[in-house]
Design a protein around this ligand. Structure first.
Ligand SMILES: [Zn+2]
Length: 102
């Protein structure tokens, strides 16, 4: 996965197109991510106890990672990412715009 938890991403399509949010969760098996405040689904929660009111809560639903673009933390632009090995031989993610490790 190119996108990690905690990343800032921008939606490229759908009803939340061009909106940005923080990645809360990554689901590698389905190539999906959950982004804070995006692709919200209204969920009706029933009262669990007597006397308590049922309520509507909004929860973010997973979106396809391919429909989002990472926002580079170095240059602050939506960008594609690449990978390269650093001095220690570890694979690091880089921004294709500014070439900074990300
Ligand atoms: Zn960058």
């Amino acid at each position: 996965m190119k996108i990690k938890k905690g990343d800032q991403v921008k939606m490229l399509s759908g009803k939340d197109k061009n909106k940005e949010g923080k990645v809360l969760n990554v689901l590698p098996s389905t190539n999906k991510i959950v982004v804070e405040g995006l692709n919200l689904l209204k969920k009706h929660q029933r009262a669990k106890k007597q006397g308590e009111k049922g309520q509507v809560v909004e929860v973010p639903r997973a979106v396809a990672a391919a429909k989002t673009m990472l926002i580079c933390s170095a240059c602050n632009k939506p960008t594609r990412v690449g990978f390269r090995s650093n001095e220690a031989g570890r694979k690091v993610r880089i921004c294709k715009k500014c070439n900074q490790e990300n």
